[in-house]
Write a protein that binds this ligand. Structure first.
Ligand code: ZN
Length: 199
């Protein structure tokens, strides 16, 4: 495992991108997956019947938790070229963190041994945009949370980053530390498809 090369049943040397990625650290694997996505026209993650069967029988071992927005333009599995069993994804408008999200993260960290949690915000986020206004209904629960994170910030990108950072801080503070656990923020650009991990 690790080289990415294998010999098929006919003795032909083949290259398997999936095997190669397994040898990378979780963060490097996300970065490599995002690089592949930038040039892809369809999803390139492994969703084969073989993978489905293997993960169904043997259980899941996702390499990262992604907390992202529900925005239909932000598709974590596509953005990171991931397939079945690769990512533990939590989606909620505005990628806010409350008890349900924390419970999901805790489960993935403690029971599935995930060591990397990524809070993935994005540009042109409608939830962050709506947070500057007063909202009613159930949306209020989301926009109130975002408003606490962004304060008086009016720049859309800066506000999205502040919102991501608040979730990162909350997860770091409230989720019990396990060996090697890393919580990071990232921002997806809905135009270029690139994920910025250096916020
Ligand atoms: Zn959004």
């Amino acid at each position: 495992m690790g080289s990415g090369f294998f010999i098929d049943t006919k003795g032909v040397i083949c290259y398997n991108k999936y095997i190669q990625k397994e040898s990378l650290s979780a963060l490097e694997r996300l970065k490599a997956g995002n690089r592949d996505y930038l040039n892809a026209k369809t999803g390139v993650g492994d969703i084969s019947p073989e993978r489905r069967l293997q993960t169904s029988k043997n259980g899941q071992k996702p390499y990262a938790v992604i907390l992202s927005c529900s925005d239909s333009r932000v598709i974590p599995e596509s953005i990171f070229s991931a397939g079945i069993g690769d990512l533990f994804v939590i989606r909620v408008a505005g990628n806010v963190t409350d008890n349900h999200q924390l419970g999901s993260i805790e489960y993935a960290v403690e029971h599935l041994d995930c060591n990397l949690v990524v809070v993935l915000g994005h540009t042109r986020c409608g939830a962050v945009g709506a947070a500057v206004k007063q909202n009613g209904g159930f949306v209020k629960f989301i926009t109130d949370e975002i408003r606490q994170a962004i304060g008086e910030e009016t720049d859309a990108v800066k506000a999205s980053i502040l919102n991501v950072k608040k979730s990162v801080e909350k997860i770091e503070r409230l989720i019990k530390k396990t060996d090697g656990l890393k919580v990071i923020g990232a921002l997806y650009n809905t135009e270029t498809g690139k994920v910025d991990f250096d916020l």
